[in-house]
Design a protein around this ligand. Structure first.
Ligand SMILES: CC(C)(COP(=O)(O)OP(=O)(O)OC[C@H]1O[C@@H](n2cnc3c(N)ncnc32)[C@H](O)[C@@H]1OP(=O)(O)O)[C@@H](O)C(=O)NCCC(=O)NCCS
Length: 157
């Protein structure tokens, strides 16, 4: 496949939310149920956000959060199945890693269920021992909400 015309764009304003929802439903098993209102919130609070385009068709997406110095985390990496296997996923992750907000941080984290080998080829190492997660959902009794109810904290908005 000739991919010379494929465009990689960095910027929250580039996102087409209808197409992103469709791409997730098609190829991102963890994000199939996401609604547009929540996607807008997630993307407004992410930087960098990278989209991949074949003309006006959204064919790839990734986003990250970073403090610019110490830690960054990459989320929601996806390439449309019609375009997988030709190097676009690698270029997508490398575009996130080369962004000024990510390129200088000490450690870049991500979680993956099935794609460890893909990330190893880019330079990531397996990290079995350090990662923990708090699942904030009704099925876990909404632990974070219960913690919040016990605290009196002023949060800047
Ligand atoms: C994972 C994903 C982004 C990879 O994108 P892609 O465009 O197919 O990957 P690339 O063509 O850039 O592959 C880069 C390299 O990784 C290898 N690779 C890709 N997927 C792989 C996999 N599942 N297992 C092992 N190696 C893989 C390729 O063979 C290639 O190897 P090379 O170094 O010999 O050239 C894509 O398969 C995808 O969107 N999957 C569904 C969503 C998903 O699981 N995202 C990851 C969430 S953590």
């Amino acid at each position: 496949m000739d991919c010379s015309h494929i465009q990689f764009c960095a910027g929250q304003s580039q996102v087409d939310f209808g197409q992103l929802q469709y791409l997730f439903a098609k190829a991102a098993f963890w994000a199939r149920e996401r609604n547009i209102e929540d996607l807008k919130m997630a993307i407004a609070n992410s930087n960098p956000v990278v989209t991949v385009w074949d003309g006006d068709r959204l064919i790839g997406f990734a986003r990250a959060n970073s403090d610019g110095v110490y830690r960054a985390a990459i989320w929601d990496v996806v390439i449309d199945p019609d375009y997988q296997g030709v190097g676009l996923g690698r270029k997508l992750v490398q575009t996130v890693l080369s962004h000024p907000l990510v390129s200088k941080v000490e450690r870049v984290y991500l979680t993956t269920t099935h794609q460890r080998s893909f990330y190893e080829r880019i330079g990531f190492q397996r990290n079995e021992t350090t990662t923990m997660v708090l699942c904030n959902s009704p099925s876990t009794g909404n632990l974070a909400r219960r913690i919040q109810e016990q605290l009196t904290v002023t949060i800047d908005s």
